[in-house]
Design a protein. Structure first.
Length: 377
């Protein structure tokens, strides 16, 4: 099966979970109801340009011909919430907590590239934070922030080891450290993506670069190590990666997360698996995609685990379903272990890839419901 054939097949499978989020659409005309967003290839129509502080829901319908994303940005391009992988004809919902009034921006990203089609969005007044008024949600955010802090600390250590190996031209050592260092990045990627352009500097894939954009970060060094051989500027690229990761770790350990960011982040990590890891497009030079797959699932599990007391209390059946579906994905992943790591993506059979896609699809549907459960008052 060719790469394009696999992508086409998996888009259909993963799209089933996306479609499930389109059900239960409510009236978008009421001032406090969901805000309709009509995303096209060349336009992003947001029905209202303002909302009261608190929990805000956007209902994004893709009326264009390309897969798109929708974002709500705060000042400095800090991501308040996002919904990815909205295929043509489908609708997905973004529920985001915005307790502070002020100026924000909405953005659709047709083709999931570039800065997006943006518009100003105003949040009026202020609202109590869920984590401040609900003890269980407060503990959930503190628990997850402790997890982020520990992963960030290890990301810093392992990236330093990887960078040092690259700079010393220890190719075999650097290759061994590449998927290890990325594990800690992939586990907390939704948090990492919150900080403007640090994410593309660290993790942009060559195929996703805008014309004229510089190729830096993990994947540039991946290409140097596995394809072209180390280049004259590889040490400088390694130093920049280290500087960017150091900056990101400092930010990640101080960011104040909301319970809905945990819920949305858990789903985003499954979207990452569906759009990059299952298809083998993430680590296209090293084929270490299963390491990233495992890390994304770990991060999603950590977010759901932090929220589990709330989910269990409000929807016990959903909590049970999540446990079952995570277990199914875990079993498939662990079957691909090789030593301390994983098999190469290229060693997977078509049947194994399809089994992964089906398991992620089955998990993505219940995870898409967590945000709605968390948003309940």
């Amino acid at each position: 099966m060719t790469g394009s054939t696999i992508r086409a097949a998996l888009t259909g499978v993963v799209g089933l979970a996306v479609l499930a989020t389109a059900c239960g659409t409510t009236d978008t005309s009421a001032a406090g109801g969901p805000i309709a967003v009509e995303a096209k290839d060349d336009a992003c129509g947001v029905a209202r340009a303002e909302a009261d502080a608190g929990t805000i829901t956007f209902e994004v319908s893709n009326k264009g011909s390309r897969v798109t994303e929708f974002y709500l940005y705060a000042e400095g391009d800090r991501i308040m919430g996002e919904v990815e992988n909205i295929t043509p004809g489908l609708t997905r919902r973004l529920i985001v907590e915005v307790p502070d009034g002020g100026k924000y921006q909405t953005a659709c990203r047709p083709g999931m590239k570039g800065d997006g089609i943006r518009a100003d969005f105003t949040v009026k007044g202020g609202a109590a934070r869920q984590a401040d008024t609900d003890a269980k949600l407060g503990e959930a955010t503190r628990s997850y922030q402790r997890y982020v802090g520990s992963q960030a600390d290890t990301l810093l250590v392992k990236t330093r080891e990887f960078v040092d190996a690259v700079k010393a031209s220890k190719v075999d050592e650097a290759k061994a450290l590449f998927p290890v260092s990325r594990t800690y990045w992939e586990r907390i990627e939704p948090v990492a993506e919150s900080f403007g352009d640090l994410d593309p500097k660290i993790d942009a894939r060559e195929a996703d670069l805008e014309p004229g954009a510089e190729f830096t970060g993990f994947h540039r060094l991946e290409k140097d190590l596995w394809v072209t051989g180390l280049q004259a500027d590889s040490p400088a690229i390694a130093d920049r990666l280290m500087a960017d990761v150091t900056e990101l770790v400092g930010l990640a350990k101080t960011v104040q997360l909301t319970p809905l960011q945990l819920a949305n982040g858990a789903k985003e990590l499954l979207d990452e698996v569906a759009t990059g890891k299952i298809t083998g497009e993430e680590d296209i030079f090293s084929h270490t995609d299963l390491w990233d797959f495992r890390a994304n699932v770990d991060g999603s599990q950590a977010a759901v685990a932090a929220l589990r007391p709330v989910v269990q209390e409000r929807d016990a059946a959903l909590a049970t379903t999540l446990d079952e579906k995570f277990k199914a994905v875990d079993q498939l992943l662990e079957a691909q272990r090789s030593g301390d790591g994983f098999k190469s993506y290229t060693d997977l059979t078509d049947a194994e890839i399809k089994a992964f896609a089906a398991a992620v699809d089955a998990l993505g549907e219940p995870i898409s419901k967590v945000a709605e459960v968390v948003a309940q008052r």
